[in-house]
Design a protein around this ligand. Structure first.
Ligand SMILES: Cc1cc2nc3c(=O)[nH]c(=O)nc-3n(C[C@H](O)[C@H](O)[C@H](O)COP(=O)(O)OP(=O)(O)OC[C@H]3O[C@@H](n4cnc5c(N)ncnc54)[C@H](O)[C@@H]3O)c2cc1C
Length: 468
């Protein structure tokens, strides 16, 4: 008997039910990873994320090899070509079972149904497992069996179910060794080029991820609730890239965090509940995966299509120091602090009045942790178009947010060196005249006026709803 194990965003051996199932029953196992160029393009996958995935795959291949499992890495142009690839691998290897971890986006579901059908036509059995979420979509439902659309009751129910679904903490490959069914081949995949500094910042692979988790839990988790909103401090776990490509199991992370008493751990677990919440929303409401507004009526908003404004935001040249510092952190590191993601997103949408979909796309093109459900869910939250979103009248003031979350200006001065000598008070308010420094632009917009414009547009939308 021969088994094909198809890795996607589950690049690990711990808490890996698909791998575990494939290795049971003494079958010969071959693993496969496929890059679909068309999907990558349509998902706007960042080069940084692609580089991180390739490095993670290399680490995974070495781990699998120790257990006699060859990992084939292939690239296809599109979904059609994927079928031909399966046919080719089937011809060489003659597998009769395929094992996968389930994915919830619309393209991924379509792909899996197509390949599953291809398998069924050839009497090949298809086996799917849930391990991407802490609780699989479908498990956390209201009493009437409908999905939650509001986070707080979702989290209450989610917490009440959590311990019933704890998983054993073991490596799926423990004790497994086989004679490789086909020779190990050298990985046929190029490493997309990114700056060395980025590679140093984000070492790949599951043992790195598990070490980072341990370090975070033993050293920082206790203070998480106090420090998580301050971007100048290392107050959050920075584990998101590892969760995004599955090098780290979110289930294991939660189980370990729950062993730590105190508010820090509770707050962190709650953040992981947000991750599940948005994955469940994507699963239940596939339209969000097609970049449609969750609140349909908000699609009538007439956004500005001012390309120049958008580029100033992308390039960190808005004249708002905290916004610019955050946007530069994003382009230099492939990551941005959560508080800053909220502030920059809200600024693009409510101050610059640019369609949230432009921002969503830009983030995906930059983020090492870019992930459809979390990115879309959070963008729609900030834009007040999404599920359980920020009410449209709660518009962040970028100056007071700056004062609150970077009071000393430490983060700003690090990322915007033109402002290194500016006193802290001046960093958090519009300059009385011109700009703070000749090398730095004046604020590109008056926040108070922009706020009124956004409020009026949303109110007009509400009015149209009432009149309908
Ligand atoms: C506009 C916007 C876009 C975002 N895009 C993404 C994205 O593409 N991918 C992504 O993983 N996260 C995204 N987030 C959520 C969040 O900003 C990041 O998960 C977080 O900053 C990652 O840093 P961390 O690992 O240190 O988080 P921690 O604070 O240590 O949190 C632990 C984990 O919880 C999850 N998490 C935390 N906050 C959220 C949240 N609001 N929504 C969903 N999951 C959360 C992440 O997996 C994170 O790694 C976005 C947030 C906003 C406001």
């Amino acid at each position: 008997m021969r088994h094909l194990l198809w890795f996607r965003n589950d690049l690990r051996c711990h808490d890996q039910p698909a791998l575990q199932a494939a290795c049971q029953s003494g079958a010969q196992v071959v693993a496969l990873y496929i890059t679909d160029r068309a999907a990558q393009k349509s998902h706007d996958t960042a080069l940084t994320r692609w580089n991180f995935d390739v490095r993670s795959i290399r680490v995974l291949a070495d781990q699998l090899k120790l257990h006699g499992i060859p990992l084939l890495v292939r690239t296809v142009a599109d979904l059609q070509a994927m079928e031909s690839l399966f046919a080719e691998i089937h011809h060489t290897f003659n597998f009769n079972h395929v094992f996968v971890s389930r994915e919830y986006g619309p393209n991924e579901q379509k792909r899996d149904r197509q390949i599953q059908q291809w398998c069924t036509q050839r009497q090949i059995d298809w086996h799917e497992y849930d391990s991407g979420c802490i609780l699989a979509p479908g498990l956390v439902l209201k009493n009437d069996n409908n999905p939650y659309q509001v986070f707080t009751p979702f989290r209450t129910r989610w917490l009440s179910l959590l311990t019933q679904h704890f998983v054993p903490e073991q490596d799926a490959l423990t004790g497994f060794y086989q004679q490789p069914p086909i020779p190990f081949d050298s990985l046929q995949v190029d490493l997309p080029s990114v700056p060395e500094s980025l590679i140093a910042l984000w070492p790949a692979g599951e043992s790195e991820a598990l070490q980072r988790l341990d370090r975070f839990i033993t050293q920082e988790l206790t203070y998480y609730h106090q420090q998580r909103d301050l971007p100048a401090l290392p107050g959050t776990s920075r584990l998101s890239p590892y969760f995004a490509n599955g090098s780290l199991s979110a289930r294991i992370a939660v189980q370990r965090a729950l062993n730590v008493p105190g508010q820090g751990a509770q707050t962190w677990v709650s953040e992981l509940a947000w991750r599940d919440f948005f994955q469940h929303i994507l699963y239940h409401y596939q339209k969000v995966g097609k970049h449609r507004a969750f609140q349909h009526h908000t699609e009538a908003l007439q956004w500005s299509d001012d390309q120049e404004r958008f580029e100033r935001w992308c390039n960190g040249r808005t004249g708002f120091p905290l916004i610019d510092a955050a946007m530069r952190q994003l382009s230099k590191t492939g990551w941005m602090h959560n508080r800053l993601r909220m502030i920059t997103a809200m600024f693009l949408v409510k101050d610059l009045w640019i369609n949230w979909q432009w921002g969503e796309r830009w983030f995906m093109q930059q983020l090492i942790d870019g992930e459809l459900a979390a990115n879309n869910g959070n963008w729609q939250w900030c834009a007040s178009t999404g599920v359980d979103a920020a009410p449209y009248f709660r518009i962040f003031n970028p100056w007071t947010q700056s004062q609150r979350f970077d009071p000393e200006g430490t983060f700003i001065r690090y990322w915007v060196p033109e402002l290194a000598q500016i006193p802290k008070a001046a960093l958090h308010k519009p300059p009385s005249k011109g700009s703070l420094d000749p090398r730095y632009p004046a604020p590109m917009i008056d926040h108070d006026k922009a706020r009124l414009h956004a409020l009026a547009a949303f109110r007009a939308l509400d009015q149209r709803l009432v009149e309908r």
